[in-house]
Design a binder for this molecule. Structure first.
Ligand code: NAP
Length: 491
């Protein structure tokens, strides 16, 4: 278990102020807010609390260097990203500690998040030098169609608390690669990782003003003036669908480019022909990674009747043996949920499911005492009327229902307004293909409980969002296509 001295040194090893135009400074009027440790409910530190004026100052900074940054040689941008990749990995111990302290998950999981965040800088360092256009002869032969891809312009990046380093990284790295400047507004519950990331970027050589960071406890009023300012050209948001809809409305005023990575309600499907051991391993990952506090967390388990008992028993054994405790304790598998409201939400969903007829197999009772702990829980025979079948659980609860017919199962899997990811376990290649094609989601985990990869296009359909992050298309979110019509009279 980390000592109090190690905790204090991790917290004091990161700035607690705003970053505007390369200067670390207090918020207007010296306002601050407190960041809490979800394992104890106690305050960790005070962080500068940006006002709308501070947000405009950040946009001033971003827009004043947009032109010069866009003209920076691609190789130079690539080298900054490559150095950031190396620095993140070199600081893995400190950054993992910060993630665990402000978000709660175990140090092992936090270390994985640091590597995942670094992957985006590695990936986009390679993409920065591959921004291409095209040249072709027009249909009538008397002209040429020339296209180029140019940076969108200053971006507002808004990120959630559940993956506090890698989700900012997934936006910041492609924006830098594309030649965009930015204002980053991290979640108020987890601003420290975003501030640490900005320090890494400064050390990697990112010019002043390219990234500006504005933690705030008043996200709506503080960011609204940015949406109304014609200098802002894009918003990239990761968070809940409810807030995403508000921001889409805000973005309409100035017709901003938008990327929206929103909520999920992932089905986890186990067919009769599945390798049940592999499905259980995949289920543990898809459910328990990030404590279930993930947009890609398996939310509804649909298991064929023939294998349901074996799958349920095995999954309950695996989840029931996980150790719940502070993320700083090396023995811990499952840390605390982010706050009391999150724990109460999970508890209410479980109680509702039991009330309408679900069977509690393991877990099911919130832990008393400080911190926001909830034990891994498995529910069987969950009726479709249970609230958790339709709402994002965002906690370590696995609700299981059975099916006998593939057509009925696909209808059930798709019967949600969300469409981020589906997990599918089957050994039949034909079934794997047609089910992957029929499932209404942006991603499918096929015999695999984990889809996140810097080299893959991450994103959803329906209410799960717009656009893709990562992969070879991730940089497109930060680029505009310009077409030049060349007049070439026949020679
Ligand atoms: P949230 O409440 O929507 O907040 C996300 C971010 O938006 C935070 O920085 C928040 O700031 C800010 N915000 C809230 N209201 C705002 C407003 N009116 N104007 C501007 N900014 C505003 O979501 P969350 O609870 O942090 O995160 C959980 C949600 O994120 C889940 O639904 C999850 O599925 C989704 N998520 C999606 C993905 C994906 O890639 N699809 C990945 C991770 C998470 P404050 O902290 O100050 O409220």
């Amino acid at each position: 278990m980390s000592t109090a001295v190690e905790v204090t040194s991790a917290i004091s090893g990161v700035r607690h102020s705003l970053l505007v135009s390369g200067a670390w400074r207090e918020a207007t009027g010296g306002r601050t807010f407190t960041v809490e440790d979800p394992a104890t409910g106690e305050g960790l530190c005070a962080v500068a609390d940006a006002s709308p004026e501070d947000a405009i100052a950040a946009l001033d900074a971003a827009s004043s260097v947009q032109l010069s940054w866009a003209r920076t040689a691609p190789r130079e941008r690539a080298e900054i990203l490559r150095r950031a990749h190396q620095l993140l990995l070199a600081r893995i111990d400190h950054l993992a500690m910060l993630i665990t302290l402000e978000m709660g998950k175990s140090l092992l999981e936090s270390r994985r998040e640091v590597s995942y965040a670094a992957d985006y800088f590695g990936w986009f360092s390679e993409e920065a030098v591959r921004i291409a256009g095209e040249w072709k002869v027009n249909g009538t032969g008397d002209g040429r169609i020339v296209t180029m891809r140019q940076p969108v312009g200053p971006c507002l990046l808004i990120t959630p608390w559940n993956v506090p380093l890698a989700l900012p990284a997934r936006k910041v790295a492609p924006a830098i690669a594309a030649g965009c400047t930015m204002v980053l507004k991290p979640a108020s519950q987890t601003p420290l990782c975003a501030l640490a990331l900005a320090e890494v970027l400064a050390e990697a050589g990112l010019p002043d003003g390219v990234i500006n960071v504005i933690p705030t406890s008043t996200s709506g009023p503080t960011t609204k003036p940015l949406f109304d300012d014609p200098r802002l050209r894009k918003v990239s948001f990761t968070g809940s669908t409810a807030v995403g809809k508000i921001l889409l409305g805000n973005a309409a005023a100035n017709i901003l480019r938008v990327s929206m990575e929103l909520g999920g309600n992932a089905p986890f499907i186990v067919c009769a022909d599945a390798d049940v051991d592999a499905a259980v391993r995949g289920a543990v990952t898809a459910k328990m990674r990030n404590l279930g506090e993930a947009c890609v967390a398996a939310n509804r388990f649909l298991v064929h009747d023939d294998v349901a008992e074996e799958f349920t028993t095995e999954l309950a054994a695996r989840l029931g043996s996980m150790v719940v405790g502070s993320g700083l304790d090396p023995a811990t598998d499952v840390g605390p949920l982010i706050d009391t409201a999150a724990r109460d939400h999970v508890a209410a969903l479980v109680d509702d499911a039991v009330d309408v007829g679900a069977r509690l197999v393991v877990g099911g009772a919130a832990t008393d005492g400080p911190g926001h702990f909830y034990p891994p829980t498995v529910l069987a025979d969950v009726p479709r009327s249970a609230r958790l079948w339709h709402e994002e659980i965002f906690g370590p609860v696995a609700p299981i229902a059975t099916f006998t017919d593939d057509e009925e199962m696909v209808r059930t899997a798709n019967d949600t307004q969300f469409g981020l990811v589906s997990y599918l376990f089957t050994r039949d290649v034909g079934r794997a293909v047609w089910l992957s094609e029929r499932l209404e989601s942006g991603m499918v985990g096929l015999n695999r409980g984990f889809v996140s990869d810097a080299g893959a296009p991450f994103g959803g359909v329906k209410h799960s969002g717009l656009g893709r992050e990562g992969g070879s298309v991730g940089i497109d979110e930060y680029l505009e296509i310009k077409y030049v019509a060349l007049d070439v009279p026949p020679g």
